[in-house]
Design a protein around this ligand. Structure first.
Ligand SMILES: [Ca+2]
Length: 166
C-alpha cells in the first residue's frame, strides 16, 4: 500500500523531468472537433500549441505516464480560457480516479500545484470554466519524486495508416 507523501510543502526531492512530455494524451472533447486543438498538443513541449475543449462543463485532459509513478508536482500552463475550479486526479486503471488536488482558484498562465499521489494516469478534471470559452492548456506538465519517468512504446501513429506496398 502506498501511504502517501510527507505532506505539503517539502518538494526537495521532486525531480525536474516532465513525465508527461510526449506521452499519449486524450481529452473529453476538442473545440469544434478541430484536430489542431487536440489533446497531444498539451504534452508536446511547445508553448505555442494547445489543447482546447468544447465550451461546456465538465471537461478533462488525461495523460498516460506509462507506469505508475509517484507524482509530486503538476504545472498547468493555461491559456486565457482557464479553469476556475478543477481537480488533479490520478488512476492506475484509467477508470477509477483519486483526487490529489482540488482548487477553486484557477489562474490564467502558469499554475503550479504541489501534490502527492501515485498513478499511471493523471488528469485535469475541470468543473467550472473561468470564461464563456472552454478549457485550454498550452502545456500540462507532471513531475515525480526523484524525477522518474517511464517510456512507452511509440504507438501514436496507427500502423493501419501505412500504405499498401507490393
Ligand atoms: Ca503545447
Amino acid at each position: 500500500m502506498h501511504t502517501g507523501g510527507s505532506g505539503s510543502g517539502g518538494d526537495g526531492n521532486c525531480g525536474a523531468n516532465n513525465a508527461a512530455l510526449g506521452h499519449p494524451a486524450t481529452a473529453s472533447s476538442v473545440q469544434d472537433n478541430d484536430a489542431s486543438y487536440s489533446a497531444p498538443y498539451a504534452v508536446d513541449g511547445s508553448s505555442v500549441t494547445r489543447w482546447s475543449s468544447a465550451y461546456a462543463d465538465p471537461q478533462w485532459l488525461q495523460v498516460d505516464l506509462g507506469a505508475s509513478l509517484p507524482v509530486c508536482k503538476v504545472v498547468l500552463r493555461w491559456e486565457n480560457a482557464f479553469a476556475s475550479a478543477f481537480q488533479i486526479q490520478v488512476s492506475d486503471n484509467g477508470s477509477t480516479w483519486n483526487p490529489i488536488s482540488a482548487t477553486t482558484a484557477g489562474i490564467a498562465g502558469r499554475q503550479t500545484l504541489n501534490v502527492s499521489g501515485t498513478g499511471r494516469y493523471i488528469r485535469m478534471y475541470g468543473t467550472a470554466r473561468a470564461t464563456a470559452y472552454g478549457y485550454a492548456l498550452w502545456e500540462f506538465e507532471v513531475y515525480t519524486v526523484g524525477g522518474v519517468t517511464a517510456t512507452i512504446p511509440r504507438r501514436l501513429r496507427s500502423p493501419r495508416r501505412a500504405t499498401a506496398r507490393g
